[in-house]
Design a protein around this ligand. Structure first.
Ligand SMILES: CC(=O)N[C@H]1[C@@H](OP(=O)(O)OP(=O)(O)OC[C@H]2O[C@@H](n3ccc(=O)[nH]c3=O)[C@H](O)[C@@H]2O)O[C@H](CO)[C@@H](O)[C@@H]1O
Ligand SMILES: C=C(OP(=O)(O)O)C(=O)O
Length: 438
């Protein structure tokens, strides 16, 4: 199959699709299965590439992973074993997940090899908080000359006090996955509290962990000697939901997203309403639609939860190209997440990016020369183009732009989108989009 999608744009997306479990939770819950002495069952797992990547990593370490269809994944860690570093290296650059295997592998095997990480190139994405946290538990980290790291814990892992400089999602998960079986109590200050993290805590609690989420972003974990497997139904992917909602808005459409849930999306829903979109929350999902008339511009900044999620930013910017007036978007989570706007400009959008912190409080990137604020002027009539997708959300955003544009666009590199959107080609067809593989 080719990596190009031909999109005949200009018509609204209408219809109903089913959303699945969250990319940013499912992969971590799969890693958590390594900590159990008995098999785990994870339900509502999306058919996305990141799940395949984590399956490969777990299998390399002796976990058997069986896809049981509607009954989800059965993950059996009873034969966990050391993997060859050369095999692990084959996973270099595939996703952010390998670093999260550190704690579980140290507990199970006393040693872990971690390849260089992948994930979207939307900033430098260092792993200093992960490594500093692991060291505080008593781990020894060696950087390997050929790339990747080796981690050992010659004296075991002990609970500790950690304060993150910034509430990093991955570093919070690192601490959770390590602390649950470390000796004694761990206190994590300035943690991230994204819904996917709270669902991971729910999984760990089912396994036997003792974790409390206190006020002011403090998480306390009391280490235990043994954890069992879990049975868990993954929360819905709120990024997939917001992406399709923005596609409906940008194309003047009307979609029902089965499985979308309100609590995790409240911040998005407020913004969607302020821009002029309508939604209706029902028991089995949320309907999103464009009510006709003009959309309104907005001033917005991305932030950690419960702020407006950075992964929602890119699809929303495409919808903002259709709003009247000047919208300001200040990206405060990643320093380089506006690269995707180049293609939008080629398609007729008016978007300027700035180094200054516009429209909000100064952020970590203000004095560092990063183009991390955008001003979108609309509404713009988008026209078709030949574009290559830069990253996962940027790629979906390009698709939205192609759907909203008059004429036929060629979108290359759509394989990147498979990393986080299950069967998006089928879902597009179900919503009436005129698309074909090029
Ligand atoms: C697989 C997964 O779940 N990915 C999500 C996760 O990424 P990920 O866990 O990688 O994102 P983080 O929350 O860790 O990153 C946030 C910020 O912290 C910085 N940082 C992070 C770690 C570190 O050791 N040092 C450091 O400086 C990053 O460069 C970034 O500027 O949360 C992000 C923020 O909601 C989402 O956009 C990603 O979709
Ligand atoms: C940035 C993202 O993912 P990752 O952390 O896997 O690169 C994303 O899902 O938008």
């Amino acid at each position: 199959m080719t990596d190009t999608l031909i999109v005949h744009g200009g018509s609204p997306l209408n219809g109903r699709i089913r959303l699945r479990g969250a990319k940013n939770f499912v992969s971590k819950a799969m890693v958590a299965s390594l900590l159990g002495h008995t098999p785990s069952r994870l339900r509502n797992v999306p058919a996305i590439r990141d799940v395949g990547v984590v399956t490969g990593l777990l299998e390399l370490h002796g976990v058997s992973v069986h896809d049981q269809g509607e009954d989800g994944l059965l993950l059996d860690p009873s034969e966990v074993e050391r993997a060859h570093s050369a095999d692990i290296d084959a996973h270099a650059g595939t996703s952010r997940i390998p670093i999260l295997l550190c704690g579980p592998l140290l507990h199970r095997l006393g040693e872990a090899f971690i390849p260089d990480l992948g994930g979207c190139r939307i900033g430098d994405r260092p792993i200093n908080y992960h490594l500093e946290s692991l060291r505080r538990f008593g781990a020894v980290v060696d950087k390997l000359p050929g790339g990747g790291i080796r981690i050992t814990a010659p004296d075991g892992l002990r609970g500790t006090k950690i304060e993150l400089e910034y509430p990093s999602v991955g570093a919070t998960e690192q601490v959770l996955l390590t602390a649950v079986r470390a000796e004694g109590v761990t206190e994590l200050k300035n943690s991230a509290i994204e819904p996917e993290i709270l669902d991971l805590i729910a999984v760990l609690q089912k396994m036997g962990a003792i974790i409390s989420v206190d006020t002011d972003r403090v998480i306390r974990i009391e280490g235990v000697d043994r954890l069992e497997g879990y049975d868990h139904y993954a929360l819905t992917d709120r990024i997939e939901a917001a992406s399709w909602a923005c596609a409906a808005l940008a194309t003047k459409g009307d979609v029902f997203l089965e499985g979308a849930t309100q609590p995790e999306m409240m911040t998005f829903l407020n913004v969607f309403r302020k821009v002029g979109g309508r939604f209706d929350v029902r028991q089995d999902g949320i309907r999103f639609w464009h009510p006709g008339g003009d959309l309104s511009s907005i001033v917005l900044e991305t932030d950690v939860h419960p702020g407006f999620m950075t992964d929602w930013q890119q699809p929303l910017v495409v919808a903002l190209t259709q709003a009247s007036g000047l919208s300001i978007v200040h990206e405060t989570v990643y320093e380089q997440r506006f690269g995707f706007t180049d293609a939008l400009r080629e398609m007729g959008a008016t978007i300027q990016v700035y180094r200054e912190c516009l429209g909000g409080a100064p952020c970590r990137f203000g004095q560092r020369n990063f183009l991390h604020s955008a001003v979108v002027s609309g509404p713009s009539k988008l026209h078709s183009a030949e574009i290559t997708v830069p990253d996962l959300r940027g790629g979906f955003s390009h698709l939205i732009a192609a759907l909203a544009a008059e004429g036929t666009s060629k979108v290359h590199g759509i394989g990147l989108i498979d990393r986080g959107y299950e069967h998006f080609g089928d879902k597009l067809a179900a919503l009436g989009a005129m698309v074909e593989r090029g």
